[in-house]
Ligand binder design. Structure first.
Ligand code: SF4
Ligand code: SF4
Length: 447
């Protein structure tokens, strides 16, 4: 866009930001610089630099609002934020850092020139990750890559490390892929119907963890839900909104609202933390869209994490015994962004024989954070290693969490240590207990 056109469309640039949805001066002014958030911030924990803390980032945003230009240094510190929202949980003044960073990222994405490599990497990520059908096309080649022994050969030669840490990270994150048929469009409740729920199948979840979606459907149906699973669901826009691509996120959001329109669902059930937190914000995302504002708010009010809806309904079917020691990891976008911490623990504790252990420093991100680990492979690996150490220190046989990104990130870190521990989504554990499967069915699926 030429400078004259940019001024006409987006308003004049004052300091770091143009007039199109800049970060709010009032929200930034809520920060009283107390520093209570610092020790929960993963980048401050890693580097100890004020500029890489929540307080430091808010200060830079304020400087940008006061006339400082958008410098490379400011962009670096904004880019380094994982968007984990641990600072929002920690802040006693209720600072809405989530809104500040989203608005700032949208400005950075629109106005800061990236290098050719950064542009190419981002273009590839956003041409692939929000499109479940394109991700599914990768399954065949990835399975062949693993089955052929090529993966072991590549690992021995260190080829991917030589190509770059981003390639090595992408490869290390790839989960084991099992063949699972796609769920049907409607699964009736087993027993008396207690609710009608729509289910988001997700992008990464449906392509790489279809077993989690199958388990989610079985658990919901067993608990008395009619489950509606519309075909051709698109992305919820979480990756886009968390990376400053706000208009793209709005397009995804409108399409998803249309997809679930007229289904008559009581709730929209989500089993991926990052998606759930974005879906709950649709009312804000589309607040200025006259055609969608009220529909988006109504849609968002129906969104529930799987654990929320199961606790709201209460158990209808008995849990069978599962003799297993579990460490539960709070995904940031479930714990910090949605405040859902008690429900998954309540559901796990209700399983006879299951012993629940807490992981030290649960508020610190594992380093996954959407695509942050792909864009920042080295610090992401450090955070992953730290989390893997804390997980192993619990002595658990099984790590349970509710986000595909966390599962891939912690699994990669555990593999680097040569550790073997089972990994499962909360839905898979509940499903195993309801169906009376042995604990070995869970701990057999190892890193
Ligand atoms: S969102 Fe996470 S990484 Fe970003 S400033 Fe807050 S605590 Fe730090
Ligand atoms: S964001 Fe909150 S916790 Fe952090 S320095 Fe500001 S007021 Fe204190």
């Amino acid at each position: 866009m030429s400078e004259a056109t940019e001024r006409d469309v987006l308003g004049p640039v004052v300091g770091a930001f143009d007039a199109h949805e800049p970060p709010s001066r009032e929200l930034a002014a809520d920060c009283v610089h107390c520093g209570f958030c610092l020790t929960t911030c993963p980048t401050y924990v890693l580097w100890g630099e004020e500029a890489d803390s929540p307080r430091g980032r808010i200060h830079q945003i304020q400087q940008g609002l006061d006339g400082e230009p958008l410098t490379d240094s400011m962009v670096t510190h904004i880019d380094r934020c994982l968007g984990c929202m641990a600072c929002v949980t920690a802040c006693p003044s209720g600072v809405r850092y989530d809104r500040l960073i989203e608005a700032t990222r949208a400005q950075v994405e629109r106005r800061h020139p990236r290098t050719a490599w950064e542009r190419a990497l981002r273009a590839a990520i956003f041409a692939l990750f929000p499109y479940p059908n394109r991700l599914r096309l990768l399954r065949g080649p990835l399975r062949a890559y693993r089955a052929s022994g090529l993966q072991r050969l590549v690992a021995r030669t260190g080829l991917l490390q030589r190509l770059g840490p981003t390639m090595a990270t992408l490869e290390s994150l790839t989960p084991r892929l099992s063949a699972v048929p796609r769920p049907p469009r409607r699964v009736p409740a087993r027993g008396p119907r207690r609710a009608v729920v729509g289910m988001l199948t997700g992008c990464v979840q449906s392509a790489f963890f279809p077993d989690v979606n199958s388990a989610t459907v079985r658990v919901l149906a067993a608990e008395g839900c009619d489950v509606l699973i519309p075909a051709r669901q698109g992305c919820c826009g979480a990756l886009s909104v968390h990376n400053g691509r706000t208009e793209e996120a709005r397009r995804f959001a409108r399409a998803l609202i249309d997809t679930f329109a007229d289904t008559g669902m009581d709730y929209l059930v989500v089993n991926a933390a990052g998606c759930g937190s974005s879906l709950k914000e649709y009312g804000d995302l589309l607040a200025d869209d006259p055609a969608y504002a009220s529909r988006a708010a109504e849609f968002a009010a129906r969104v529930r994490d799987l654990s929320e809806v199961l606790v709201e309904l209460g158990p209808a079917v008995p849990r069978q015994r599962l003799e297993v020691t579990v460490a539960y990891h709070d995904a940031c976008h479930l714990g910090h962004a949605q405040g859902v911490r008690a429900q998954p623990r309540q559901l796990l504790r209700a399983i006879p024989g299951l012993r629940l252990r807490e992981i030290a420093d649960p508020e610190i991100c594992c380093g996954s954070a959407g695509i942050w680990n792909v864009l920042n492979p080295e610090p992401a690996a450090q955070l992953g290693d730290r989390k893997a150490g804390d997980v192993l220190a619990t002595g658990a046989e099984l790590l349970v969490t509710a986000n595909p990104g966390c599962l891939m990130q912690v699994a990669a870190a555990l593999r680097r240590r040569g550790a073997t521990i089972g990994l499962a989504h909360t839905a898979v554990v509940l499903d195993a207990s309801i169906r009376g499967l042995p604990a070995a069915a869970l701990t057999g699926e190892r890193t």
